[in-house]
Ligand binder design. Structure first.
Ligand code: EPU
Length: 338
């Protein structure tokens, strides 16, 4: 199935629930549709282009003057299995959390800690989504896509993807050049349960035995308690990334703020908690009109109703300035501002 529309409303295609329009919108359910479209539309190839999956990582501050590609390729299939592992290919349009439910049901381990993260399969390698001690890069085996310059099929191994914290080659050398069409995950029949994140361990213990199902339920419970459901309150999850700074800088800050959370990430670097820094600047629960900072997690900016993208952007600028003034730390947005 393909759909090609002009002046397309994006309100249902971004989890902030911002009203904006795209000049063109192309949705497809097979990678072959995309190949044909690209090879037959030279003029559209000159347009600004944007790849939009679940829309959980974009903030539209104006209309998009170009073409949006919306991969809606379905399908989850087992490619290969051994006594210990299983390789599963999922289409870019599958909901990430439904894929996790499928894996947990079957007893395949590796993605359970990433439960309830909004978005679709196609975004998982781009963002290298991560939570509760796991990153998608740990289970991604191969990424298939279409090259937007010529419509040809491409495949990348995990090492080709140059994964980092919320980072991959799709945000750098291949930015805007490849549309992910499917991802192959390597999952385990004998999973090592990841309970390093204290709150997950405590919740699993409360639920009973350590199992894939209980880890998934624990993560869902924790996220429900702390993070807004984008279906009820517009947001894009973490608006900022946690800053990674020289350990020296972190130590200096810690001497003034002994309670500041920090995690050594190796190579003389330390990750700070942006949510904590923002809360210390007094933003937690802040509201101005329909924009605000979530009451339980300061990393999350919210749209209480009819906020514009620009209003949310302006709030994020004020937050950045205040964190810089108080701590000398520059926050970077995780959300992509259009
Ligand atoms: N904290 C505060 N105040 C806040 C928020 C956090 O003091 O308003 C403190 C917490 O108490 C904790 C520390 O900051 O000591 C870290 O907080 P938390 O464990 O909630 O995680 P995070 O670093 O704020 C990251 C991810 C989340 C992910 C969680 C859990 C990023 C940008 N965010 O948040 O991802 O769910 O860890 O692993 O790395 C998302 O990407 O949308 C997302 C929610």
């Amino acid at each position: 199935m393909i759909r090609f529309e002009e002046n397309f409303s994006l309100i249902k295609y971004n989890t902030f629930g911002i009203e904006a329009h795209s000049r063109y919108f192309f949705e497809f359910t097979e990678s072959e549709d995309l190949r044909i479209f690209i090879q037959n539309n030279e003029t559209l190839r000159e347009e600004n282009q944007l790849i939009l999956g679940g829309g959980s990582n974009y903030l539209f501050t104006s209309d998009f003057k170009g073409i949006i590609f919306h991969p809606n390729i379905p399908g989850i299939r087992v490619l290969d299995e051994t006594a210990t592992h299983i390789w599963i290919e999922a289409g870019a349009g599958e909901e990430w959390d439904q894929f996790i439910e499928y894996c947990v049901n079957k007893g395949y381990g590796g993605v359970e800690n990433l439960s309830l993260i909004p978005g679709k399969i196609g975004a998982t390698p781009v963002q290298n989504i991560g939570a509760y001690g796991i990153e998608a890069s740990q289970v991604i085996d191969t990424v298939y896509g279409i090259d937007l310059t010529n419509g040809e099929r491409v495949s990348l191994s995990a090492s080709d993807c140059h994964f980092g914290y919320r980072d991959s080659i799709f945000k750098h050398d291949l930015k805007g050049k490849i549309i992910v069409t499917s991802v192959v995950f390597k999952l385990s029949r004998f999973p090592e349960f990841k309970l390093g994140y204290g709150a997950v361990k405590a919740e699993v213990e409360r639920l009973g035995e350590v199992s894939l199902r209980n880890i998934r339920t624990a993560v869902i419970n924790i996220r429900h308690a702390k993070l807004p459901d984008p279906k009820e309150l517009g947001s894009a999850g973490s608006f900022f990334m946690n800053p990674v700074v020289d350990t020296e800088i972190a130590e200096r800050l810690k001497s003034n703020h002994p309670n500041m959370p920090s995690y050594q990430t190796g190579e003389g670097k330390t990750k700070l908690a942006a949510g904590w820094l923002i809360e210390q600047c007094g933003w937690k629960g802040f509201r101005d009109g329909d924009t605000g900072v979530h009451k339980d997690q300061s990393l999350v900016l919210v749209n209480y109703g009819k906020a514009s993208g620009m209003e949310i952007y302006n709030l994020s600028e004020k937050i950045k300035v205040s964190v810089y003034e108080k701590f000398g730390i520059e926050l970077n947005r995780e959300v992509i501002v259009i």
